[in-house]
Ligand binder design. Structure first.
Ligand SMILES: [Zn+2]
Length: 695
């Protein structure tokens, strides 16, 4: 009761007056032009342009990891592993593709007012899983060229195109039961989940018929909503997040607008957000403008939704030029900082909701939260150009995301945590959760689908295009072994990036150009690096205000650039005041030796009978030892630790045997000193991450 009153006071007149004031300001705000096409009214140019999918390719360990995930990991074989627990059907296999069969919504009926009623709750789940898993598979297939995954991707796209109705509809609901619902549904969300891989396929292949199919589907959908029509987000009795998820249909609209410049998509995106803002019934309200404009309201909704919604106001700002959206976006990114653990994912409760109260640094987080945060941060990096979003992406990817999967890609956990002594559905202490388990397949597979996407999405965002008065340039937004092949100022250019990053901070770029061409090559300076050293013969090197080194010259084939980033061991303060150690983008943890319990074995899969797929629980081998008192020496350089290179490391599979460790001394029980070795979070299962410091 008390809480309700407080919220009421805070959300009433002052906030509304503030919103109106900012809105008025936004009407008077500046307008701008967008390079390449006439600007729509108020549209603001993005700082960086994404490269076409396929122009950035992984090399070195990134390529090796992606290939192994496809060949022998769950990501390439989830269609052969994941069964619907009720029907026992392998729901990702072509014959069970719900966009084609519409099997799960066969019992859909309409009520008296013509609104559709799905036959049960969550009949949209399979649509999400089918779209999202194929999105990861398809991207990884094209990024590596792995032929079997390519064949699955081709088959999937062909099946979806074949399923398209004459009116353009692509979706999971039968004719007569679409777009407007009387009950919880997943119309917009599942459409988004299947249209994104189609758009990715279009970019990788250039197949215009695929782009046409997506446009027909989207034109049909956006004609159903908008001013004077029924608000999709106000469907009554929302008991799951299917409708809230639908706000991320904006991903499709933004991408189509970028590809085609068709005003209809821009208008539809802004209108969809207006509808979401006006909805009273929608389950997850954290992304509503009024809530975002009040910086004191913490996030509290479903983690993956809130992490996805982060990017909505930034998108609307760029599409409309309205400052009110910019203000809301800035608040959103400030708010999310208060929820993130040191691994870069939001500290959450057992019901997948983000927690603001009583935070502990070892709270769990859903893999989907981790992925959707990464996805929002990629947008933030691209639209604002601010280097700090690159730092945030790498933190999330290399710690929370990598720390929730097996290095060899055989298994992943739905719920992970920055620190944990058990991975067990019913641990002896604390609350249990059936999602605390490492497994090759879990139903629902949302988190496994997210796990299949974190690297493909990050790889395609490693390079972006800058725009300037004197033409375009290239920006190394995230570091890692890669190759970018694109056109810069009318000239074909290839840049090969050789590095063992994030385990090495020495990064070499080799340039090939079909003829000499001048452009700036911008290199992100991570906030954790001291002044980097740069070697680039004949180039001018400056720093820009967004956080990049700008290396400019007329490039010709054979030119080289070398940058050496300079991390130092640093302490990260956890929400309870304890300290975690980091070096570069990596958080380091004390690995806890574990006892392994295999709780399920999956039969071998595929023509090669790939085996080794299991579900696991882990206990500490020695609980007393796992819990022994250990403190960091606060006053010693590097908290008493130094960086030690591991000669036995495998450079192609660095998470299996990490090339970097932190070795040092900690203060144990009775003032005893103890030598310990810390490993990157992404190379540990059970781990201790947070330590008190000695006085
Ligand atoms: Zn999930």
């Amino acid at each position: 009761m008390k809480r309700k009153l407080r919220v009421c006071c805070r959300g009433s007149l002052p906030t509304r007056a503030f919103v109106l004031g900012v809105m008025l300001l936004s009407i008077l705000s500046d307008t701008a032009t967008v390079a390449g096409r006439p600007a729509a009214s108020g549209q603001i140019p993005e700082a960086l342009g994404p490269l076409r999918l396929g122009e950035v390719k992984p090399e070195g360990w990134l390529r090796a990891t992606l290939l192994r995930d496809l060949k022998t990991g769950y990501a390439g074989h989830l269609d052969e592993l994941l069964q619907d627990p009720q029907t026992k059907k392998f729901l990702l296999r072509p014959e069970n593709n719900d966009f084609v069969t519409r099997e799960n919504n066969r019992g859909c009926r309409c009520d008296k007012s013509g609104l559709a009623m799905p036959p049960a709750l969550r009949t949209w789940w399979h649509g999400e899983m089918i779209g999202d898993w194929h999105d990861g598979l398809l991207r990884a297939a094209f990024l590596t060229g792995e032929p079997r995954a390519r064949a699955k991707a081709d088959r999937f796209v062909a099946a979806i195109l074949k399923s398209q109705d004459e009116d353009g509809y692509i979706g999971i609901y039968p004719k007569g039961c679409r777009f407007h619902f009387a009950r919880p549904d997943g119309e917009l969300w599942t459409q988004r989940c299947v249209l994104l891989p189609l758009l990715a396929y279009y970019e990788f292949t250039g197949r215009e018929d695929v782009l046409d199919a997506v446009q027909r589907a989207v034109k049909l959908t956006i004609s159903q909503y908008g001013h004077g029509k029924r608000n999709y987000f106000d469907t009554p009795n929302q008991r799951d997040c299917g409708i809230s998820h639908g706000l991320m249909y904006l991903d499709v609209l933004d991408w189509l607008y970028r590809l085609t410049g068709d005003e209809a998509y821009r208008r539809a995106a802004l209108s969809l957000y207006d509808d979401y803002n006006a909805a009273r019934n929608v389950l997850v309200k954290d992304g509503q403008l009024e809530k975002l404009l009040d910086p004191t309201i913490p996030f509290s909704g479903h983690g993956p939704d809130v992490m996805g919604f982060l990017r909505v106001t930034l998108l609307c700002h760029h599409l409309s030029g309205k400052r009110v959206y910019w203000q809301a976006w800035q608040n959103a990114i400030r708010k999310v900082q208060r929820h993130l653990g040191v691994g870069g994912s939001p500290l959450s409760g057992h019901g997948e909701e983000i927690k603001a109260k009583d935070q502990r640094p070892d709270m769990p987080y859903e893999y989907c939260s981790t992925f959707y945060l990464e996805h929002s941060l990629i947008w933030a990096l691209q639209k604002t150009g601010a280097a700090r979003f690159g730092d945030m992406i790498e933190r999330t990817l290399f710690n929370a995301a990598q720390g929730a999967r097996f290095a060899d890609g055989k298994a992943l956990t739905y719920y992970s945590a920055d620190e944990r002594l058990w991975v067990r559905q019913r641990p002896p202490e604390g609350r249990g959760n059936r999602r605390f388990i490492y497994t090759a397949a879990f139903y629902p597979s949302c988190c496994h689908d997210s796990g299949a996407r974190v690297y493909p999405y990050a790889i395609s965002a490693m390079w972006m295009r800058s725009r300037g008065d004197n033409g375009g340039g290239l920006v190394a937004t995230l570091y890692g072994p890669s190759r970018v092949e694109t056109e810069v100022n009318g000239t074909r250019v290839t840049v090969v990036e050789e590095t063992g990053y994030p385990f090495s901070f020495d990064v070499r770029f080799s340039i090939q150009a079909e003829r000499p061409v001048a452009f700036p090559l911008c290199l992100r300076i991570p906030a954790w690096s001291a002044e980097p050293s740069v070697t680039a013969a004949g180039a001018s090197v400056t720093r820009d205000e967004r956080g990049y080194l700008v290396v400019s010259k007329e490039w010709k084939s054979g030119d080289q650039v070398r940058v050496q980033l300079r991390p130092a061991i640093r302490g990260l303060r956890a929400v309870d005041g304890r300290t975690a150690l980091a070096y570069g983008p990596l958080v380091f943890c004390l690995p806890i030796p574990e006892k392994t319990q295999i709780v399920r074995r999956f039969p071998p899969v595929g023509p090669d009978q790939i085996g080794g797929f299991c579900a696991y629980q882990f206990d500490p081998a020695d609980l007393a030892s796992a819990r022994r008192p250990l403190k960091l020496f606060a006053e010693r350089p590097g908290f008493g630790f130094r960086v030690v290179k591991n000669k036995a490391a495998d450079p192609l599979y660095p998470w299996d045997r990490p090339p970097l460790t932190l070795r040092g001394t900690m203060l144990g029980a009775g003032g005893r000193h103890e030598s310990v070795t810390l490993l990157p979070m992404g190379s540990t299962l059970l781990r201790r991450t947070f330590f008190a410091t000695s006085k």
